[in-house]
Design a binder for this molecule. Structure first.
Ligand code: ATP
Ligand code: MG
Length: 640
């Protein structure tokens, strides 16, 4: 069984696998360690990852990025409005969630964000399977700590649609902390833990967490975020600046032309990276002006840092180390601001800034694997948004509560809580986030619903005492597990001991109550349908690629064989044979460049190539035989 961990980034994703004695970040089909988080649609096929990046400029309307920002959202979400700034594709409503409208195989089609993520996960699955030479099914996926129940459930759905089983969704900075802690052999005792602050500034978002490490474990103390602070906001500021310059100088409105804007973006991202290493850069921008331009972004950096620290109840002096990850922490001005917000604290970059999340996620996967042995290390993560359950009053007593906070902010993950209700009739319970205003964008605060379908009467005709089991699982997803009544029996122990009366022992018998639940997860039948659809599209893509491959093979054979027929094979073919074959080559070539041959089926290319080979192979065989005969003779002589 393979052990796989994925850092699903806004810009790029990285895949870690556990093998031999450690964790490797694997490379994709073009040997890159990071794969663009892009899905694109073309006239014949989808392009995902690197191939989507390659065709982005020519097909930007049908190329979709920011996948992790869209999943689990509605079209009306204010955060989705922000995404439009960074997207060229057309966003639409797809049955209550956000989707895209693209032109795919010549038709307008709509795909939900969940489907897009599934397509992308399918690509990561193929990259991994290709590297490991084995099928991949289980994996751990790193997600932003600010993800809510809806987003987490949508990620699990997406994994399922791609035929994958998410063992765990782990929060980004918790994954980093795990990768950090598991390699440290000198961690202190739990009474006196080592506190580390992790800061991740990526392409779209910033995360900060304060983590306590001690022997064999880590505990997240606090976490804070800015969902809209990352490298792309800096790119955006640069674009606005240059667009205004072009407008003033040349009266060209770059921003009115999406293609020109896209090219400018590519230039700005390059410029930004140059300015991380140098004070000056081409495109006439020095670092001073640059830092002024991006001050709007820089000014917000202090907020999550101070928030996380305050919430952890620690002071900066209690923090042993501040570890930076994420591409945007490479910008000197970003580091300066982080340092300033933390009272001049030294910033450490001992972790691999690009790969720390994927490594940590892979360690988390290794814990769940029966085949891969890792040192015991416990991860205690915490709940970000408080969750309450609500119900309708069952009595006329106005003092009776109608809600209860079950999992407060900071509650550990995973966690199970058993709630008690007194009822006579079937009843409903809802779970929702306590503070809708604190949730990302316009995310629906409703999480789950529970309906007890039948309540057994109590023996004395009173209200029946019902236990309801709720759970916040390893993914950070809340669910209603089951409901039951308890019947306490006092039974006598069978044996009489030393003449004393037999002891009575309490036995609790549980009676399950029939129930149903509602969550934002897709119905299993829908997942099954989308999974089939995804498999069909995957097979179609593969057929297009195989067809292209066979077409190339035919083309190559024609040119290669025609050249060799004049050279090395010349004396091994009769004139008539040559003439026949050359005629066939000409015919094949003409066909390849005709409308029909340009776009034929895989079997058409295969049939043509087979026909050529049927004639050509005997010539090649004669040549080989002649080539090998002297060698064989020499060997024979040597053996005699
Ligand atoms: P997120 O974590 O927000 O989902 P991500 O994981 O895809 O996004 P990272 O890979 O951590 O993001 O970082 C990518 C960002 O870092 C991009 O905006 C990229 O331009 C920027 N970046 C990378 N290297 C440098 C550099 N040397 N100087 C400045 N910016 C850089
Ligand atoms: Mg990231």
């Amino acid at each position: 069984m393979s052990v796989v961990g994925v850092d699903f980034g806004t810009l790029h994703s990285k895949i870690g696998v556990a093998r031999n004695r450690g964790i490797d970040i694997i490379v994709n089909e073009v040997s890159n360690r990071a794969t663009p988080s892009l899905v694109a649609f073309g006239p014949k096929q989808r392009s995902i990852g690197e191939s989507a990046k390659t065709q982005e400029t020519s097909n930007f309307k049908n190329t979709i990025g920011g996948l992790k920002r869209l999943i689990g959202r509605t079209l009306q979400d204010p955060d989705v409005e922000v995404e439009k700034k960074f997207l060229n594709a057309t966003l639409v409503d797809d049955g209550g969630t956000v989707g895209v409208e693209v032109t795919y195989r010549g038709e307008k089609q709509i795909f939900s964000a969940t489907q897009l993520v599934a397509m992308y996960f399918g690509k990561l699955r193929d990259i991994t399977a290709n590297e490991l030479k084995t099928a991949v099914s289980d994996l751990v996926i790193a997600v932003p700590g600010w993800y809510t129940d809806i987003q987490r459930r949508a990620m699990i759905d997406a994994a399922q649609i791609a035929g994958l089983n998410a063992l765990r969704l782990i929060n980004d900075t918790t994954a980093v902390a795990l990768g950090y802690g598991i390699t440290k052999l000198d961690l202190p005792d739990p009474e006196n833990p080592r506190h580390v602050m992790f800061v991740d500034v990526g392409h779209s978002s910033m995360s900060v967490s304060v983590v306590a490490f001690s022997k064999g474990q880590l505990a997240v103390k606090a976490a804070a975020y800015d969902r809209h602070l990352g490298g792309r906001d800096i790119d955006y500021a640069l674009i606005q600046y240059f667009a205004a310059e072009f407008n003033a100088k040349y009266r060209i409105d770059v921003l009115s032309n999406p293609k020109a804007t896209f090219r400018l973006l590519v230039g700005c991202e390059k410029l930004k990276k140059v300015l991380s290493a140098n004070n000056e850069a081409p495109l006439n921008l020095n670092r001073e002006t640059y830092e002024e331009l991006i001050s709007g972004v820089l000014d917000r950096i202090a907020v999550p840092l101070q928030q996380a620290l305050a919430e952890s109840g620690l002071t900066i002096d209690d923090i042993d180390t501040v570890e930076l990850v994420g591409g945007t922490t490479r910008i000197p001005a970003v580091r300066t601001r982080i340092q300033a917000a933390l009272g001049g604290k030294f910033l450490s970059t001992t972790l691999n800034q690009e790969e720390a999340i994927a490594r940590g996620a892979t360690f988390a996967a290794a814990f769940q694997s029966p085949t891969f042995r890792v040192r015991e290390f416990h991860v205690h993560d915490i709940n970000q948004y408080p969750i309450k359950v609500c119900w309708e009053r069952a009595t006329s007593d106005p003092d009776d509560d109608t809600e209860l906070v079950v999992f407060p902010r900071g509650n550990s993950i995973p966690s199970t809580k058993i709630l008690t209700f007194y009822r006579k009739e079937p009843f409903e319970i809802d779970a929702e986030y306590v503070e809708p205003a604190g949730l990302p964008g316009g995310i629906n605060p409703k999480i789950a619903g529970f309906t007890a379908k039948a309540v057994p009467p109590s023996p004395n005709g009173d209200l029946t005492c019902i236990k309801l089991k709720t759970r916040l699982n390893l993914h950070g997803i809340m669910s209603f597990e089951n409901a039951y009544t308890e019947e306490v029996e006092e039974r006598e122990e069978a044996m009489e001991v030393d003449g004393e009366a037999p002891k009575k022992k309490r036995h609790v018998k549980k009676h399950e109550i029939p129930f149903s639940t509602r969550t934002s997860s897709l119905d299993p039948s829908v997942v099954e349908k989308l999974k089939e659809l995804e498999a069909e599209m995957h097979a179609a893509d593969k057929l297009v690629m195989d067809t292209e491959d066979r077409k190339n093979a035919l083309e190559e054979y024609v040119y290669d064989m025609r050249a060799k027929l004049d050279e090395r094979y010349s004396s091994f073919a009769q004139a008539a044979e040559k003439e026949k074959l050359n005629g066939m080559f000409q015919e094949a070539e003409d066909w390849l460049y005709s409308d029909e041959g340009e776009d034929a089926t895989k079997s058409a290319y295969v049939t043509k190539l087979d026909a050529l080979k049927a004639v050509g192979d005997s010539i090649v065989a004669r040549y080989r035989e002649a080539d090998e005969r002297p060698k064989a003779m020499a060997q024979l002589r040597a053996a005699l």
